[in-house]
Design a protein around this ligand. Structure first.
Ligand SMILES: Cc1cc2nc3c(=O)[nH]c(=O)nc-3n(C[C@H](O)[C@H](O)[C@H](O)COP(=O)(O)OP(=O)(O)OC[C@H]3O[C@@H](n4cnc5c(N)ncnc54)[C@H](O)[C@@H]3O)c2cc1C
Length: 398
């Protein structure tokens, strides 16, 4: 049986090894002149390929129920697979990297194994159309191919310069699938206000809560990068897949994450500091725990003189900005900057036990093309591996 895998990225390479090991005749059609172009830049070139913290809340999908079926069937297979490939892990706080810490070597290991199992990899071959008849007729810029089964592993739309330009969605649509609307995810967030040049360049730890009105959608914490367009940093990336078209979102920033207590307690704490240092201005008191650019901005927004004493300032308002600074969300940056795509092929259109299409028999999916995306920390590659290892091809042809 001839299997064609469209796309030689993370999911396509692992699917090729998985299927070739089962004895199938596998061909990868890859648009680029090499496989794994995106994989080679993951984790800042170190490739964070898994995480020990597998709380399902690290994954987002419109259909969490079907996602958890795929997860339950496959998460335990991932580390065994990489052991079988000869990848030795280096585990840092639960984050898995190859011991070499070199994403390019990781990619080379997968390609080498794939080729050694007689997988044919055909480069610079972009699939433009797929027709389903007796078999699949695959039209490319480099001739036509026939396969008994086809696996779409074309990735999403993020970082299109690595090859994932969204063309896989069009191929799936032509074969009868629908698409959960796609948005950039794991990406910087642009704000609506005009003071961001005041905080540009600051990096500070914070607790960040994405809110729609009073409803908290997601909370994360870590280092926030304050920029001239808004906010960046891993904890901000982790909120970004929920931004979508919603215009009324706010990110509340707790700029004093080290402080245990509520606003009243914070006011009491600042009272105590002023008692200890009676000549200090509010600016000087805050310099003990906050970057001067953030202090200046808070004082500017509240129209407070730098030399004012704590007893003379609106204490409630300062405590509020320190604990719940409201960042008004405009939109995310585009797919050009996004690490992943939210949305994609709906999971209710595939069989979670085999990854086969319920709409077009013989067609399978793996990786980011599907409506699953994860937090930073190895979860997106995690899903690429899980879905690729889950492919069970129906043996109805020889
Ligand atoms: C900068 C960056 C850093 C990242 N770091 C991490 C990380 O550390 N950990 C983590 O878990 N995730 C990370 N990710 C996300 C992760 O890389 C992706 O989720 C993962 O690569 C998706 O795998 P995939 O195989 O589905 O798609 P891709 O890896 O995008 O592969 C798709 C392949 O299909 C090919 N293709 C597309 N269309 C066609 C067509 N029509 N015909 C032929 N070929 C086609 C493309 O050229 C590409 O090679 C990062 C992403 C980026 C951009």
């Amino acid at each position: 049986m001839k299997i064609g895998i469209i796309g030689g990225g993370a999911a396509g390479l692992v699917a090729s090894i998985n299927l070739a090991r089962k004895g199938y005749d596998v061909t990868i059609l890859e648009a680029n002149n090499k496989c794994g172009k995106k994989l080679a830049i993951t984790g800042n070139g170190h490739c964070n390929y898994w995480n020990t913290d597998q709380d399902l809340n690290h994954y987002t999908s419109t259909n969490k129920e079907i996602f958890s079926k795929i997860y339950d069937l496959n998460n335990h297979k991932v580390l065994d697979f990489f052991t079988s490939v000869g990848i030795v892990p280096k585990i840092n706080n639960g984050y898995y990297y190859p011991f070499s810490k070199d994403a390019s070597s990781f990619v080379s290991s997968l390609i080498r194994l794939s080729l050694s199992l007689n997988v044919k990899i055909i480069y610079e071959t972009k699939v433009e159309d797929i027709k389903k008849g007796e078999c699949f007729l695959v039209k490319t810029n480099n001739g036509e191919y026939q396969f008994d089964k086809v696996i779409l592993a074309t990735g999403g739309k993020s970082y299109p310069k690595t090859g994932s330009d969204g063309s896989g969605y069009d191929l799936a649509k032509k074969l009868g699938h629908s698409i959960v609307p796609t948005y950039p995810a794991l990406v910087q967030i642009i704000g609506q206000d005009n003071y961001y040049k005041d905080w540009a360049g600051v990096r500070s730890d914070a607790i960040v809560s994405l809110k729609n009105g009073d409803t908290v959608l997601k909370v994360d914490k870590g280092e926030v990068q304050f920029t001239d367009y808004g906010l960046s940093g891993i904890c901000i990336f982790n909120l970004s897949s929920l931004v979508k078209d919603n215009k009324d979102l706010t990110i509340e920033l707790n700029l004093v994450p080290w402080f245990q207590g509520n606003k009243k307690d914070l006011i009491a704490y600042l009272d105590k500091l002023q008692e200890e240092f009676p000549t200090y201005s509010i600016k000087e008191i805050m310099e003990g725990f906050l970057h001067y650019k953030l202090i200046n901005l808070i004082l500017k927004l509240l129209k407070i003189e730098h030399c004012a004493l704590w007893k003379d300032v609106p204490q409630e308002k300062i405590a509020s900005l320190l604990m719940t600074f409201p960042f008004r969300v405009k939109e995310t940056k585009s797919f050009d900057d996004a690490q992943v795509t939210s949305g994609g092929i709906p999971l209710n259109e595939i069989n979670p036990c085999t990854m086969e299409s319920n709409i077009c028999p013989g067609l399978y999916f793996a990786g980011e093309i599907l409506d699953v995306n994860g937090d930073c920390g190895g979860y997106n590659l995690g899903f690429a591996w899980m879905s690729a290892l889950n492919i069970e091809v129906a043996n109805d042809k020889n």
